[in-house]
Design a protein around this ligand. Structure first.
Ligand code: SF4
Length: 222
C-alpha cells in the first residue's frame, strides 16, 4: 500500500469511491490521491502529506480565485464561492445521469471514454465534452471531468445528447461566504463557460490539506 497507509475500512464514500477497496484501486491507477480520504488527512499533517511546492501552488490558486472572481455573475447574481478542481485535475468533478441512463450499460460507457451532451437538466445551453472517470451501469451515474470542446473533434465520443447534473465535487474557494453543510447556496463553477451562478445543496464539506473539499447536489441555474 502507498506510503504504508491503509484506509480504515469505513466505506463511507467521502473520497468519491464507493468503498475503501475501490479507493485503493483508484490510487493504484493514479485516478485519485491519498488526501482525498479525510481519514488520511486527519492522521497526517499538511507538512507530511503535501509537497511544499504544491502547498504554494494551491495557495496561489486560492489567491488568484479571489482576485479573478468578483462574487457577482454576468447576470448580476451574487454567489458565495467558486468551485475549483482538485490538485492536478482539469476541472471540478461532475457526476451526471444521461436522460436515458440505460445508455451507460447499452453502450458500455467506461473509464477513459469521451461523452458529449448538454446539461439540459440544470438548464445550461452549452454542449459539453466530458472525460469519464467511472461509470455505473446500475444507476447510470457517470463521474467525469469537463474537457475543452476541441477534444470532441479529435476522437469518437458517446453522444448522450442531454443529461442531468447529479453532483459536483471540488475545492471551494470562498468569495463571500464559505459553504455550509446542509444549506442551499450559490456558487460559480470555476470553468463555467457562460459565467452564471449555480445553486446547489452542500451535502459534504471536508477540510483537507488541498483546501475545502465540497460535494454539491441538486444543481440548478436559477
Ligand atoms: S473516504 Fe476513506 S474511509 Fe471513506 S470510503 Fe474512501 S477510503 Fe474508505
Amino acid at each position: 500500500m502507498m506510503n504504508n497507509w491503509n484506509p480504515p475500512g469505513k466505506n463511507c464514500g467521502a473520497c468519491g469511491s464507493q468503498t475503501c477497496s475501490d479507493f485503493v484501486s483508484r490510487l493504484e491507477t493514479g485516478l485519485t490521491e491519498l488526501d482525498m480520504c479525510p481519514f488520511y488527512s486527519i492522521e497526517n499533517t499538511v507538512e507530511k502529506t503535501v509537497r511544499p511546492e504544491k502547498i504554494v501552488s494551491l495557495k496561489n490558486l486560492a489567491i488568484q480565485a479571489r482576485n479573478t472572481y468578483s462574487g457577482v455573475d454576468v447576470a448580476g447574481k451574487e454567489y458565495d464561492f467558486v468551485l475549483l478542481p482538485f490538485p492536478d485535475e482539469p476541472s471540478a468533478r461532475k457526476f451526471i445521469v444521461p436522460f436515458r441512463a440505460d445508455l451507460v450499460e447499452k453502450w458500455d460507457i467506461k473509464k477513459g471514454d469521451l461523452v458529449t451532451g448538454r446539461p439540459a437538466g440544470p438548464g445550461c445551453p452549452v454542449y459539453h465534452a466530458l472525460r469519464v472517470l467511472s461509470a455505473n451501469p446500475v444507476t447510470g451515474v457517470i463521474e467525469c471531468h469537463t474537457v475543452g470542446p476541441m477534444v470532441a473533434r479529435k476522437e469518437d465520443a458517446h453522444d448522450i445528447q442531454a443529461y442531468h447534473v447529479h453532483a459536483f465535487e471540488g475545492i471551494a474557494s470562498t468569495i463571500k461566504r464559505p459553504p455550509v453543510f446542509g444549506t442551499r447556496q450559490y456558487f460559480l463553477p470555476g470553468n463555467c463557460m457562460i459565467g452564471l451562478a449555480h445553486t446547489a445543496l452542500v451535502n459534504m464539506c471536508f477540510q483537507k490539506p488541498s483546501g475545502l473539499h465540497v460535494r454539491l447536489e441538486d444543481i440548478r441555474i436559477l
